[in-house]
Ligand binder design. Structure first.
Ligand code: FAD
Ligand code: GLY
Length: 657
């Protein structure tokens, strides 16, 4: 398929740009992994440069400009679709408690102080004024700021309206398409590798929010925000809040029939779900600010991932590829910034008109000195140095449960002849994840004494495994011990477990039912579960559905070195998986490792083939290179197989007598 412009990401940023480009006459396709799984749906919808206290400078100008575009932009979208975006210029009130600086100004006589900026005024309201203006605030509120220009939009409604508008103007929308890598030649993107094959266009826009770093090494990381809503009860005659309340670490956004309460800000990677701690904090702060809501029925909890950058500013504009434009990293203000981003990016792509404002948001501000090492073989391939391999595995790191790993080879600690051999092999493999049998450490089995000291656990991520467990119950118990073990080694946040339930001692084949039962329980207990399974596509899907963070199908029985005996099934698992597929067990040689990666496996776990080689360290290095080679080959794509020979040098254009 070839379209003029392909946009990666179906959040508000991707969709707003798509509509703008289409309305200016370009063919546009949006590729979107999952329309609903986007920060745009999780947000609060505040258009709040003043309340968010955006510092002076380019970012404030950008935010103000976007807020000013909102009335016309939403009207146009509503006309296109006949749907409501819930845009409301309601203003934001930011009450202040005494200890937060209210005392300083709390005694002032003025009801309204003079505005701070003519175009975007901020008024100080003293205690009497604020309580009169907004009844129901906590008695401790001693004053507050009133930002009349700030506003809100119903972001869920907006996302739906944008999708509908994009459809109605003829943007091609493809939900369920996962972009896996950019295919690049010199300074051009020549296509994107997706789960549905290669898609090509003349120009590409990266708008994949918090996930941008999966495709390009941009410093965009997820910053999780938890939210909840309460329903306005029937005994309250009308909407009790007319404007947004913006307190310290809390905001309350009134919608038609409910109040949205947000939001936490957590640096926990892509770990999903609401937590009791997060929700408790929100409720406590919300009730403290606006006590009457403690009686309101709770309606819904949700969470989302803000796309955060180190300086909290978006990344907008050109990239190191001539035909790739960046529009990501909008952090706390992507809903607000959607209209201005769309206008500026469309100008840039279609008229090569770079608004002076964009200069402050260029990716090159994160540029570090060019790396002198070979990008392909280091973990620090640098987006900013301008020299890029056509495709690099570093451009698509392995992400498991929100944790990013550059190496796609996992190893183990078993079967080595000595601790030194193990240390050297693990170092040579360049792996970042090492699995450890919890039971063997407990029982101090040979090679497992002194393991804590043998490896540098500040650099290696421990993957405790439940080897030796024959039932689900045993595996659950051992998994809990594994978590404690990781904690003792300083990995406080390590909740990973490689789940093995193996009743069959001859072939060491895993028990699918026990594995599923144990996985369900461990996921409930907050583990990131990586289950070892037979290469069974249905089981893999079931495990994914119960919340496992990878699936680990076997290539052939553990320790057999028989290689890939389950290729066809592994292929089906890979095709259908929404989580990384780690081929585990049975790989005996580097060529088999490369083959598994060429199939599209996300990673490999190899222990015996390394430990049992006469030269384990050399074999570990070979496995590392094979894993990288296989990954590169997968990203590059193999040539089609032909029935007949085809000469390497073209026959056309040769000189004939
Ligand atoms: P997203 O909305 O996250 O969309 C990214 C899209 O890319 C998704 O559709 C995803 O499926 C897709 N994608 C990712 N990777 C791939 C891939 N490899 N292949 C294909 N598709 C892919 N902003 C405000 O302005 N006001 C607020 O009040 C506000 N409140 C917030 C509250 C919370 C709790 C959170 C989490 C965010 C809040 N934000 C707010 C921030 C705002 O939501 C984001 O900045 C904005 O949604 C970013 O939009 P986006 O389109 O870049 O990313
Ligand atoms: N802008 C509000 C938030 O990100 O929580």
């Amino acid at each position: 398929m070839t379209s003029e412009i392909v946009i990666i990401g179906g959040g508000v940023i991707g969709l707003a740009i798509a509509i703008e480009l289409k309305l200016r006459g370009t063919g546009v396709t949006v590729l979107c992994r999952h329309f609903q799984a986007a920060a745009s749906h999780a947000a609060a919808g505040m258009l709040a440069p003043d309340a968010e206290n955006i510092p002076h400078g380019a970012m404030r100008s950008l935010c103000w400009r976007s807020r000013a575009l909102y009335p016309d932009w939403t009207r146009k979208l509503e006309e296109l679709t006949g749907l409501n975006t819930g845009y409301r210029p309601c203003g934001i009130l930011a009450p202040v408690f005494e200890e937060a600086g209210g005392q300083r100004v709390g005694g002032e006589k003025l009801i309204l102080s003079s505005p701070s900026s003519p175009s975007s005024p901020a008024y100080w309201l003293n205690k009497e004024a604020i309580h009169q203006y907004q009844p129901g605030l906590a008695a401790e509120v001693v004053g507050g700021w009133w930002y009349p220009e700030d506003a809100q939009v119903d972001n869920k409604a907006l996302a739906h309206v944008l999708w509908t508008a994009a459809e109605s103007v003829g943007v091609e929308l493809k939900d369920g398409i996962i972009v896996e890598a950019f295919l690049q030649q010199q300074e051009q993107v020549v296509g994107v590798q997706t789960n549905a094959g290669i898609i090509r266009a003349a120009h590409y826009v990266l708008a994949s929010g918090a996930w941008s770093n999966e495709l390009l090494p941009l410093p965009v990381v997820p910053r999780k925000g938890q939210m909840l809503s309460v329903r306005i009860p029937e005994f309250v005659p009308e909407l009790p809040l007319k404007r947004i309340l913006f307190g310290q670490d809390i905001y309350i956004v009134p919608r038609r029939d409910r109040l949205i309460i947000g939001a936490t800000s957590e640096d926990v990677g892509f770990i999903p779900d609401n937590t009791p701690e997060g929700i408790q904090k929100l409720l406590q702060a919300a009730i403290r600010l606006y006590p009457q809501l403690k009686h309101y029925p709770i309606q819904e909890f949700w969470w989302g991932f803000r796309p955060a950058t180190p300086d909290e500013l978006p990344i907008l504009g050109t990239s190191y590829c001539q035909n790739l434009t960046l529009a990501t990293g909008h952090y706390r203000n992507g809903i607000l910034l959607a209209p201005v981003t769309a206008a500026l990016i469309a100008d840039l792509i279609l008229s090569q008109k770079s608004d002076p404002l964009l200069a402050d948001f260029h990716y090159s501000r994160f540029q570090s000195k060019p790396s002198t090492s070979t990008p392909m073989l280091t973990h620090s391939a640098n987006f900013s140095n301008g020299h890029h391999p056509a495709i690099s595995p570093q451009h698509s790191p392995l992400i498991i449960a929100g944790k990013t790993f550059q190496s796609r080879l996992m190893t183990g600690t078993g079967k080595y002849r000595s601790i030194e051999e193990m240390q050297q092999s693990i170092a040579a493999s360049d792996c970042q994840i090492v699995t450890v049998a919890v039971r063997r450490v407990q029982t101090k089995a040979p090679g497992h004494e002194g393991l804590a000291e043998a490896l540098d656990w500040t650099k290696i991520w421990m993957l405790p495994n439940t080897a030796g467990c024959q039932t689900a119950e045993e595996a659950i118990r051992v998994a809990r011990l594994g978590r404690e073990m990781a904690k003792l080694l300083g990995q406080e946040d390590n909740n990973f477990v490689k789940l093995e339930v193996i009743p069959d001692l001859k072939y060491l084949l895993p028990d699918p039912i026990g594995t599923l039962q144990a996985a369900e329980q461990l996921v409930k207990e907050g583990f990131a579960v990586l289950p070892y399974i037979n290469a069974d596509p249905i089981l893999a899907k079931r495990l994914e559905e119960v919340g496992c963070v990878t699936v680990m199908p076997l290539a052939s029985p553990i320790g057999s070195g028989q290689g890939l005996k389950t290729t066809a099934n592994i292929q089906i698992i890979i095709e259908n998986a929404g989580v990384p597929v780690v081929v585990d067990a049975g790989i005996g040689s580097p060529s088999e490792a490369a083959q598994a990666m060429e199939l599209g496996a996300d990673a490999l776990l190899i222990n015996s083939a390394i430990a049992l080689s006469p030269n384990p360290a050399a074999m570990a290095r070979a496995m590392n290179l094979a894993t990288v080679a296989g990954r590169l080959a997968y990203l590059a794509g193999r040539m089609p197989i032909k029935d007949y020979a085809s000469p390497s040098s073209p026959l056309t254009g040769t000189i004939t007598s």
